[in-house]
Design a protein around this ligand. Structure first.
Ligand SMILES: [Fe+2]
Ligand SMILES: [Fe+2]
Length: 263
């Protein structure tokens, strides 16, 4: 796999049309910004094939906030997949906001995988929120109080789900992992190192390094860095404040597995 701006390949096989994937995290939707959300999503009309939302869909996980996102998504005629962020859990109303989003055509990936056909290309998606946990030098241990061990076990379940999901979509010519928390410190640079433990964990990187999906997307680190890597796998922090715009549109040519981060 290469990261390039070129989609061309010599030979007599016609190139498949590039896949245009819009992504963003940390929209933090709320009623006072409903018009901004509507306009941002409307700007994607006719420009993309697939939309991926990397969590913190709402400000505090309240139904009226989810309704803002649902109303913005509903007019779009493309598949939309999302993962939860920590903000979406804050009001303990996940069971209330999930159907609001699903009714607008948003599929939530919560330790799940899915395949979606976009033209001739079958895209495999694996999505989960992820969690805190830290990076070399700051790992939370699997030791001591039950709460601390429960936190470690939560990420163990994430690692197992990601491994299973990537096995389930192994046949897809294009495979994308969608997270909220960061799987590498590379995309946290810019955030104070004292809070990196709260921004993600690198245990989740193991199945990514093993299965080598084409691209990993995450959010949560609002002042982190756009681009990082896990081995040869490109990792993008698509948090809206990092992007400095509403969405990033990736162009991905399925035959060559070449990803061009357009804008
Ligand atoms: Fe956020
Ligand atoms: Fe977050």
């Amino acid at each position: 796999m290469t990261l390039t701006g070129s989609n061309g390949r010599a030979g007599d096989r016609p190139a498949a049309p590039p896949l245009r994937i819009a992504a963003a995290g940390d929209m933090h939707c709320q009623p006072s910004r409903a018009e901004e959300a509507r306009a941002a999503f409307a700007s994607l009309e006719g420009r993309i094939d697939l939309l991926l939302l990397a969590g913190d869909l709402t400000t505090r996980g309240q139904p009226e906030q989810a309704q803002v996102l649902a109303d913005a998504c509903r007019p779009l005629d493309v598949p939309i997949y999302a993962v939860w962020g920590n903000h979406d859990w804050h009001s303990d109303q996940i069971d209330e906001i999930r159907p609001i989003l699903e009714d607008a055509g948003v599929t939530i990936l919560d330790r799940d995988s899915a395949t979606v056909c976009v033209g001739p290309t079958e895209v495999g998606l694996v999505g989960l929120k992820g969690f805190v946990g830290g990076f070399p030098g700051s790992h939370l241990p699997d030791f001591g109080e039950p709460l601390l061990r429960a936190l470690y076990a939560e990420t163990t379940r994430d690692v197992e789900a990601l491994d299973a999901g990537l096995k389930a979509v192994a046949h897809c010519p294009v495979r994308i992992v969608l997270l909220h928390y960061a799987p590498t410190a590379g995309t946290l640079r810019g955030e104070p190192e004292t809070i990196w433990t709260m921004l993600g964990n690198d245990r989740i990187a193991a199945p990514i390094a093993q299965h080598e999906p084409d691209m990993v997307l995450h959010g949560h680190a609002h002042v982190g860095t756009f681009e990082g890597r896990i081995g040869d796998v490109p990792v993008y922090n698509v948090s809206v404040p990092v992007l400095g715009r509403d969405f990033w549109v990736f162009e991905l040519s399925g035959l060559e597995r070449a990803i061009a981060p357009l804008h």
